[in-house]
Design a protein. Structure first.
Length: 475
C-alpha cells in the first residue's frame, strides 16, 4: 500500500529535517542529511536496550536509561543513566542500581515523563522477583523507589544472580507510562500480563498503586506495551507466542475506566506477524527478535483525537528474514483495527526490526524508528561491514502527519553501520530501541558500534554504545 502511495505522489507532504541538539534545523525535504549523531554512553564495554524520555515542562531535559554488560565489566548489578539539560548536546553520565538506593538493577529499562515533570522509571532487579517503580522530580538527576510491584504468584522463587535477563517464569519486560493524572506499569508475570496504576496529582504527588490485575486471556502473552487514552482509559498489547520462530499473533486489551473499579475487557485480535518470540535473523543472531509491538494514543484534541496506534514487525514469510515494520490504528477504543500500513519504503527483502513508536503530544504527528539492514547487500561499501548480506544494520525512521494513513520517505538516522555480532554482547541490540517525540522533534536512542562519532572507547573492539540524534518534522 505504501509503495503505491509513494509512486502516485500521494504521501502527505512533509519536510523532514535533522535537528542539531538545541533545535537548529539542518537540510530539508529531498536533500535530507543524516542528523548529527551523539554517543551518549561513551563508556567501555557494551550497552544495549535503551529507553529515552523528553520532559514536557522543559524539552531540553532528556534522559536515557539502558542495560550494561555486567559480566564483561565485572559488575554484579547496575545500569547506565544519562541526563541532558541542553537538548542532548552534553550529558551527565553515571551507573545506577549497583546495589545503591535503586537496588540491584538488571535490565529492561522504561521511562516516562508526565505533564507535571515527574519522571517515572521501571526496570528488573537482578534477583528479586518484583518490579520496582522509581520517581525523579528533578529531571532525572536523582531517583527514589516508590513502589515494588509484586504479581501473583507471590511465592515464585527469585532469579539466579547474574542471569541478566528476565526469564519466562519470572517477571519480564515491564513498561511504564504516565499521562492523564495517572501512572501505569504492565509486565509479564510469569504467564499472564499484569497491570497496576496509581493516581498523580502534581510534581512528586503520587498515590498508592492498587493491588493490580491480571489481563484476561494473556497467558503466555509477552513483549507488551501500554497506552493511556484521552479519558484515562488504558490499553495494553502483547504477543503470542513466547517461544519459537514462527506464528506470532498480537492481541490488545482495554481497561475502559482506567483507575476505576472495572478491569480489562476481553482481548481483541489485531494482527498476525509470522514473528515468534525468539525469531533469529542474521542481524540479531544471538538474542533473536520478536514482533515488539508498540502503542500510542492520541490525546491532543486534534483531528485524530482518540485514535490508538500500534506498530509491529511482520515477517513476509516464515523464516524468510524479510521482516518489515507495519502500523495499524483504531478509532473505536481498540475494538477494531485498520489494515496495516507498511512504514519502511525499501524495495529489498532484507530485515527491518525492533521498531519504536512515539506520538508528539503537541501536534498528534507520529514518529517510527527501527533497525534496518536494507543497505547490506553483501557487496561492500556503506551499509556492509563484512561482505555478508543482511547481517549489518543502520537506524532509520519515518514520520506520519496524517494520522498513520501514510509516512514520509524513510530517512537514515545513524551515520554509521553496526554489526551486533562483532560486539560480543549476548543480547545483540537488545529487545527494543528507544524514542521520544515532543515539540516537533523526535529523539531516538539506539545501540551502535560503528564508532561514527569517534567517541567510543572500545571502538576497535566493536562494542556497543548508546547513540541519539534529534530529527524534526514540519508539515
Amino acid at each position: 500500500m505504501l509503495r503505491s502511495l509513494l509512486a502516485a505522489g500521494l504521501v502527505a507532504a512533509a519536510a523532514v529535517s535533522p535537528a542539531l541538539p538545541g533545535g537548529v534545523l539542518g537540510a530539508r525535504a529531498a536533500n535530507v542529511q543524516v542528523p548529527l549523531n551523539v554517543d551518549v554512553s561513551q563508556r567501555p564495554f557494551n550497552e544495549s536496550e535503551e529507553a529515552i524520555a523528553v520532559n514536557p515542562t522543559n524539552p531540553n531535559n532528556i534522559v536515557v536509561f539502558t542495560n550494561v554488560g555486567h559480566r564483561e565489566a565485572g559488575l554484579s548489578a547496575g545500569m547506565f543513566l544519562a541526563v541532558s539539560f541542553d537538548g542532548g548536546a552534553t550529558w551527565t553520565r553515571r551507573l545506577v542500581g549497583n546495589n545503591d538506593n535503586l537496588g540491584d538493577t538488571c535490565c529492561d529499562p522504561s521511562l516516562s515523563f508526565d505533564s507535571y515533570g515527574n519522571l517515572f522509571m521501571t526496570y528488573l532487579y537482578e534477583v528479586e522477583n518484583v518490579v520496582p517503580v522509581a520517581l525523579s522530580t528533578d529531571g532525572g538527576l536523582t531517583f527514589n523507589v516508590i513502589a515494588n510491584i509484586a504479581a501473583p504468584p507471590k511465592t515464585t522463587g527469585t532469579k539466579t544472580s547474574g542471569g541478566n535477563r528476565g526469564l519466562f517464569r519470572f517477571v519480564d519486560q515491564p513498561t511504564i507510562l504516565a499521562a492523564e493524572n495517572e501512572v501505569w506499569v504492565v509486565f509479564n508475570a510469569g504467564g499472564p500480563m499484569f497491570a497496576t496504576g496509581a493516581p498523580v496529582t502534581g510534581l512528586g504527588e503520587v498515590g498508592s498503586f492498587f493491588a493490580g490485575e491480571v489481563v484476561p486471556g494473556t497467558n503466555n502473552c509477552t513483549y507488551g506495551d501500554l497506552a493511556i487514552g484521552p479519558a484515562g482509559q488504558v490499553m495494553q498489547v502483547c504477543a503470542l507466542t513466547e517461544s519459537g520462530q514462527g506464528g506470532g499473533k498480537l492481541f490488545a486489551s482495554v481497561d475502559a475506566d482506567g483507575l476505576g473499579p472495572a478491569g480489562f475487557g476481553d482481548r481483541v485480535f489485531v494482527a498476525a506477524t509470522h514473528v515468534g518470540g525468539f525469531d533469529f535473523i542474521p542481524a540479531q543472531p544471538d538474542r533473536s527478535v520478536d514482533a515488539e509491538p508498540g502503542l500510542a494514543w492520541d490525546r491532543t484534541g486534534g483531528p485524530h483525537n482518540g485514535r490508538a496506534y500500534l506498530v509491529y514487525t511482520k515477517e513476509q514469510q516464515n523464516e524468510s528474514d524479510d521482516t518489515d515494520v507495519y502500523l495499524r490504528y483504531s478509532d473505536d477504543g481498540g475494538a477494531s483495527w485498520s489494515e496495516g500500513v507498511r512504514v519502511n519504503d525499501d524495495a529489498a527483502v532484507n530485515s527491518q526490526f525492533l521498531p519504536k513508536l512515539s506520538l508528539d503530544p503537541t501536534t498528534g504527528n507520529l514518529a517510527v524508528v527501527w533497525y534496518d539492514s536494507r543497505a547490506d547487500l553483501g557487496a561492500g561499501g556503506p551499509g556492509d561491514t563484512d561482505g555478508i548480506a543482511n547481517d549489518d544494520a543502520q537506524f532509520w525512521g519515518a514520520f506520519s502527519t496524517d494520522g498513520g494513513a501514510s509516512f514520509t520517505p524513510n530517512i537514515q538516522i545513524s551515520a554509521g553501520t553496526s554489526n551486533s555480532a562483532l560486539s560480543g554482547n549476548g543480547i545483540d541490540y537488545g529487545d527494543y530501541s528507544g524514542l521520544s517525540f515532543y515539540g516537533g522533534v523526535a529523539h531516538p536512542a539506539w545501540s551502535d558500534n560503528s564508532n561514527s562519532t569517534g567517541t567510543n572507547p572500545d571502538g576497535a573492539l566493536h562494542q556497543l554504545d548508546i547513540y541519539t540524534a534529534a530529527v524534526s518534522v514540519t508539515p
